[in-house]
Design a protein around this ligand. Structure first.
Ligand code: TRP
Length: 437
């Protein structure tokens, strides 16, 4: 069977931006920022996206386009049939399933909140409402609903499923978010939120340098979908005429822009209407979106309409990311074991149905998996991909990087390769070591 590919160059960009833009930007980024000192975190995070994120993204693109394979098949083949490198890729396939298990639970919350916004179900007491729906049988049911939507797109294939869906979803997300941000910053009292978010105050960074750096690194990898092989898989459907460096820069820029916009929506809402970051809104992560922001909507005119729009955007963003997670193991079964796409989607969907349900019933497990477990797996995975690109592919990586790219991008090839070989993996291993200490 002929392997699938993207129909258009822009189709790849929309799909990759769709993958990158997700709950990481709209749900995780605001509360990471809130927990780690506000503006100072933002600066460190932006630096890491630029210095580690973009080169890492390009490394995954190089592996994917060169091999035209899922992560496990890609590393094994490119290393001349090495089973140990194959295992590094297989770790990515496994991580994707872990990731989707908890992501789909949060996706289920969002799905529920779109409906609950329309009826105003949580308007009376957002904190109590969220506390009663976050885990349990109903949460599991909504997780299954979200997962089914994800599987439906993936079953459609690369061009008529993923590309078609994300080509609509991604622009809608950006436009609606710009509109929401414009509205949020013009709310009376928004200034306090903006200054928390944007006025650079290094004092928190000075007193917690290591934890801020770690959190920023984890967030940068998560938001760019790195370390799992999502970008390997998406780039494996690419033709030779895309400039990887150009596409990668556009993707990173759009993703960062959306994260930034999400902060412009969330912080003004929290400060203008909720009076700041209370324990419930900043602590424990999920609260910021489902309690703090949700609570703001009941205090404004047209609150229901705005709330539906807001959670609708979050839902689209979450879906365009979750399909990129499911696509990894699906591509693995299709490429390596000749399983038909629909059967692979159905089987893997069934598996995540179970693992996600376990997460939806166990708050403790959910918290561990969505935080430290995922951070560790992503960091280790990306370190592996970087070492592979730098030392196993080496000159071939440089050639692949150069294919289809312009003069400026090509002149950055050698520094890119050296950073991929040395500084970047060392940085990741260092953050990994810190998290174990
Ligand atoms: N980047 C997405 C987000 O911000 C999540 C995501 C999709 C992801 N695919 C991934 C994260 C692969 C890590 C690895 O929500």
């Amino acid at each position: 069977m002929v392997r699938e590919s993207w129909g258009t160059r822009i189709g790849f960009i929309f799909a990759a931006v769709g993958s990158a833009v997700g709950l990481g930007n709209l749900w995780r980024f605001p509360w990471m920022t809130a927990e780690n000192g506000g503006s100072a975190f933002l600066v460190v995070y932006l630096a890491i996206v630029l210095i580690v994120g973009v080169p890492g993204l390009l490394a995954e693109f190089v592996i994917g386009r060169r091999s035209k394979r899922n992560p496990a098949g890609a590393l094994r083949r490119l290393a001349g049939g090495s089973d140990s490198w194959g295992l590094v890729g297989l770790l990515g396939v496994f991580t994707a399933l872990v990731l989707l298990s908890f992501y789909s639970v949060v996706g289920g919350w969002i799905l529920r909140y779109v409906g609950a916004s329309a009826t105003g179900a949580y308007f009376g007491n957002p904190g109590t409402y969220f506390g009663s729906v976050d885990f349990g049988v109903e949460a599991a049911a909504f997780h299954v609903g979200f997962l089914a939507l994800t599987a439906l797109v993936v079953a459609g294939g690369v061009r008529s499923g993923i590309e078609k869906a994300t080509k609509v979803m991604t622009p809608v997300i950006v436009v609606l978010l710009v509109a929401l941000a414009g509205w949020a910053v013009s709310q009376p009292g928004a200034g306090a939120g903006l200054s928390f978010y944007l006025d650079f105050d290094p004092s928190y960074l000075e007193s917690h340098p290591v934890s801020v750096l770690q959190a920023a690194a984890g967030q940068a990898l998560f938001t760019l979908s790195l370390g799992v092989g999502t970008m390997i898989t998406y780039a494996s459907y690419l033709g030779e005429d895309n400039s990887l460096a150009f596409d990668g820069s556009v993707i990173a820029l759009l993703n960062t822009g959306v994260g930034f916009l999400a902060g412009l929506v969330v912080f003004p809402l929290l400060f203008a209407l909720q009076g700041g970051l209370s324990e419930t809104t900043a602590g424990g992560g999920p609260g910021a979106l489902f309690v703090g922001v949700a609570g703001a909507f009941n205090q404004i005119p047209f609150g229901r309409v705005l709330a539906v729009a807001f959670f609708g955007v979050v839902l689209l963003a979450a879906l365009s990311s979750s399909i990129s997670m499911l696509e990894i193991p699906v591509a693995y079964l299709v490429d390596e074991h000749d399983v038909p796409r629909r059967a692979a989607t159905l089987g893997l969907g069934g598996l995540v149905l179970v693992t996600g349900t376990i997460c939806a019933l166990n708050p403790g497990l959910f918290t561990t998996v969505s935080g430290p477990v995922v951070d560790t797996l992503l960091t280790a995975g990306l370190a592996g991909f970087l070492v592979f690109t730098g030392w196993v592919l080496g000159k071939d990586a440089l050639a692949e990087y150069g294919t289809g790219s312009g003069a400026l991008a090509r002149s950055l090839g050698v520094p890119w390769l050296w950073s991929v070989r040395t500084v970047l993996p060392l940085f990741l291993v260092w953050t990994l070591a810190l998290s174990f200490l």
